[in-house]
Write a protein that binds this ligand. Structure first.
Ligand code: TTP
Ligand code: MG
Ligand code: MG
Length: 464
């Protein structure tokens, strides 16, 4: 393990909400909730101002509205978040060839491999510069980062820097830092392992280290027990890997007697799909590609796969996809083995929740409607055609965003990322002067136009 804190972990603060605030001047410093606004919608994220009221990711939207009735409620603009993410990842790529993205707003960077940092001082400087650069790119939605000699500690450091901070863990202090934390902080400890350990009286990382390696192996099996014990002692040798290996989660069963009954084959596939999803969820993952494996009576083995629009960990979705794949396989001679897997794994599933709601809940699918929005149907409810938070253009007043709609009216706030907070005007839903528009970039593309953003982010909350 390296001795200098040169593995950096970056995670953007309240990412979707921060991008919305950067993009909409009137929302800066205000409670903002981004998520699905339909009846089954959930919160994707909330700005720190909204978190004060108890609103958090994955909470049903109705509950969020009760807790924070005055917050701005916005439908996500994924394309914009993706483009901001790409800009931030490009800044990271300039620091090192070894960048491991974990999600849109999160990555590990090996500063040493990039020659950017080799000791504590250079690591701190690199971190400060990165925060300033991100602030410029995203107009005041800086991330936080932690830096350490291992991935695990870097991530814990960035969690402690929340929000808007930078934490560097000094060599020699890592065990003291870990001891009081819950075992769930460690990578690889999900709800199931957490419960298991709790029943054995182990709650904190300190207690985990105290339990000893033998006890952990006895409780959790050899591989997991060894790995967890090492982590508890702050030993984490996992390298930063530029390309995450394509992982998959799969389960399969071999049958003692070949199954001939088509109905029974279907039942088995559904059961395997459910088991596969349980594993996926236990690992905190979701995936886009569903794979079905069938070995027939003569040992011929086929795999069939289907790729969804977004990652899922929904048992119903996996079951349905596996069922469709099974329809394309001839099993008349009998099957010896069946398997169901999910690959193309991602760390979070939210985007998919919106995608899947497509069929069931139109209010949650703003980004699917871009094409139809230009040719409005008389029947489409205003909320669907004019999703809250999405961009519009008025032939007289210019660029703005939908603040709300209903009862045949659309309310628009006219402002841009570079303007002062703007004014609100209300239009008839069918007003020909108003049309949907693309999001504007957060920073001007022409360097000369760049204006000073000011000290929007505040000082670095540093500690060591
Ligand atoms: P996170 O980094 O987990 O959360 P965050 O950036 O909103 O807040 P924090 O300051 O605590 O890091 O996730 C990044 C984005 O991913 C988040 O802004 C929205 C999306 N997301 C979901 O859509 N659903 C979820 O359940 C979570 C956790 C995140
Ligand atoms: Mg984040
Ligand atoms: Mg994140």
């Amino acid at each position: 393990m390296r001795s200098a804190p040169t593995i950096l972990h970056l995670d953007m603060d309240a990412f979707f909400a921060s991008v919305e605030q950067a993009s909409k001047p009137s929302l800066r410093g205000k409670a903002v909730v981004v998520g699905g606004l339909g009846p089954r919608g959930v919160v994707a994220t909330a700005s720190y101002e909204a978190r004060i009221f108890g609103v958090h990711s994955a909470m049903p939207m109705a509950q969020a509205r009760r807790l924070a009735p005055n917050a701005a409620y916005l439908v996500p603009r994924f394309a914009l978040y993706r483009s901001v993410s790409e800009q931030v990842m490009a800044l990271l790529a300039a620091l090192s060839p070894l960048v491991e993205p974990l999600s849109l707003d999160e990555a590990f960077v090996d500063l040493e491999a990039g020659g950017t940092a080799w000791d504590e001082r250079s690591a701190r400087l690199a971190g400060q510069k990165l925060r300033a650069d991100i602030r410029d790119e995203s107009r005041g939605s800086p991330g936080r980062w932690g830096s350490k000699n291992s991935k695990m500690l870097a991530k814990i450091a960035s969690e402690q820097a929340k929000p808007d901070g930078l934490v560097l863990i000094e060599p020699g202090t890592e065990r003291a830092l870990l001891e009081p934390l819950t075992v769930r902080t460690l990578p690889g400890v999900g709800p199931a392992t957490g419960d298991h350990l709790r029943r054995a009286g182990i709650h904190t990382v300190g207690e985990l280290a105290e339990a000893g390696e033998d006890e952990l192996v006895r409780l959790l099996g050899k591989a997991h027990g060894h790995a967890l014990f090492a982590m508890a002692l702050a030993r984490d040798e996992r390298p930063v890997v530029a390309e995450r290996e394509t992982k998959s989660v799969s389960v399969e069963d071999t049958y003692d007697v070949d199954i001939h009954d088509r109905v029974r084959v279907g039942t088995e596939v559904r059961r395997l799909a459910d088991r596969c999803v349980r594993r996926l969820r236990a690992a905190g993952l979701s995936g886009r590609t569903i794979v079905l494996k069938v070995r027939r009576y003569d040992f011929s083995t086929l795999t069939r796969s289907e790729t969804l629009r977004g990652p899922t960990d929904d048992p119903a979705v996996v079951r349905e996809a596996a069922g469709r794949l099974l329809d394309s396989v001839d099993t008349t001679g009998g099957v010896r083995l069946l398997g169901v897997g999910v690959s193309g794994l991602a760390d979070y599933t939210q985007e998919d929740l919106f995608a899947q709601a497509a069929g069931r809940d139109a209010g949650d699918t703003p980004y699917e409607e871009d094409e139809t929005a230009h040719t409005p149907e008389r029947e489409a409810p205003a909320e669907r055609r004019w999703p809250a938070g999405h961009d519009v253009r008025h032939s007289v007043y210019g660029h703005g965003w939908v603040q709300g709609s209903g009862l045949g009216r659309v309310t628009v706030r006219f402002e841009t990322p570079l303007s002062e907070p703007g004014r609100v005007r209300t239009f008839r839903v069918g007003d020909p002067a108003l049309e949907p528009a693309e999001p504007l970039p957060l920073v001007p593309r022409v360097p000369g136009e760049k204006e000073d953003v000011g000290a929007g982010g505040g000082a670095d909350a540093e500690s060591s």
